[in-house]
Design a protein around this ligand. Structure first.
Ligand code: NDP
Length: 294
């Protein structure tokens, strides 16, 4: 193996530590950031995320408000809760865990969140602010990827970057952030022709596809830096067992060619929650007219 392993777990712990220091400073002014997480239904993966978010929020010294609603909750009731949280001064950040049950319109719910409290950065106001280079709430996963890349490279200016995947929550905002940092950005997706050749041109590859181990070493330019956003659980080897967690990149072959690579688990995943805490802190500072942490 030649690639440097980018340790997202350690970097995320650093970010959380800095957030906790700022939160302790705010406490001296009588301010305690509050993050409300809303979970509708009992999706097991979402339950794990929400538990982990709540725990890390409290560890950072913030207030965690968890709202667990039944899967049959109506759209109107969910919108009423969002409205209540929008108007609650103790809540600085609101996160509605996706996916929502089919009978609820996700766009409508995201659109109802006060953009200033939209710590996921999914509200169209924040999407537009990011796209036009203004002060936005930036989606947590792409923000975490950007932090890892900046830490690795220093400046990203002039690098060629390929983002594989064009979802609203990862691919598109990732491309915007890389563009903002002066990369030359290509977005590849399921209709991209000769995708291997497209990826082979990149100094930076961000894979956010949701297909286990799709990007292999022979797709990469030697020395490329690879950020693997994917979280896929393979079928268990034996009945009743727990399948292995893998990314969208084939780590074994990619790490032979890449210059640096994030592992799964322990790469992008921990950065996502760390950035959620950082966004909640930013929202709190903005709400109180205080300077924002860097
Ligand atoms: P989506 O399913 O919303 O989007 C997947 C994207 O990949 C689409 O744009 C799709 O293209 C593209 N795609 C699918 N198949 C191919 C293919 N064969 N070739 C090229 N492109 C393809 O996924 P998300 O963006 O929500 O998530 C992506 C991955 O990241 C998942 O594994 C998810 O679990 C993980 N994830 C991890 C997070 C973390 O904290 N680490 C947070 C969020 C997601 P098209 O648009 O043409 O259909």
């Amino acid at each position: 193996m030649s690639a440097t392993i980018i340790d997202g777990k350690a970097f995320a712990a650093e970010v959380r530590g800095k957030v906790a220091e700022h939160v302790a400073e705010l406490a001296k002014k009588g301010i305690k950031p509050g993050l409300a997480v809303v979970l509708v239904g009992e999706d097991p993966a979402s339950q794990v995320y929400v538990r982990s978010k709540g725990k890390q929020t409290v560890e950072a010294g913030m207030e965690s408000f968890e709202h667990k609603l039944d899967a049959s909750t109506s759209e109107a009731d969910l919108l009423a809760l969002v409205d209540k949280l929008n108007n609650d001064p103790t809540v600085n950040g609101i996160l509605v865990q996706l996916p929502l049950p089919d009978h609820i319109d996700e766009d409508k719910v995201i659109g109802a969140i006060d953009p200033a409290k939209d710590v996921d950065g999914f509200h169209i106001s924040n999407v537009g602010l990011l796209a036009t280079g203004q002060k936005a709430m930036v989606p947590c996963t792409p923000l975490g990827c950007l932090m890892l890349l900046r830490d690795h490279f220093g400046s990203l200016s002039g690098k060629s970057a390929v983002v594989v995947g064009r979802s609203n929550i990862v691919g598109k905002p990732m491309a915007q952030l890389l563009l903002r940092d002066s990369c030359t950005v290509t977005i590849a997706h399921s209709r991209t022709k000769d995708i291997e050749d497209v990826v082979r041109g990149a100094d930076i590859v961000v894979a956010a596809v949701g297909r286990p181990e799709m990007v292999t070493g022979d797709w990469l330019k030697p020395g490329a830096v690879v950020i693997d956003v994917g979280i896929n659980r393979l079928p268990p080897a034996e009945e009743g067992g727990k399948g292995k967690l893998v990314g969208d990149v084939d780590f074994a072959s990619a790490s032979e060619v890449a210059g640096a690579i994030t592992p799964v688990p322990g790469g992008v995943g921990p950065m996502t929650i760390a950035c959620l805490l950082a966004n909640t802190l930013t929202a709190t500072c903005r709400a109180n007219g205080l300077p924002e942490p860097e």
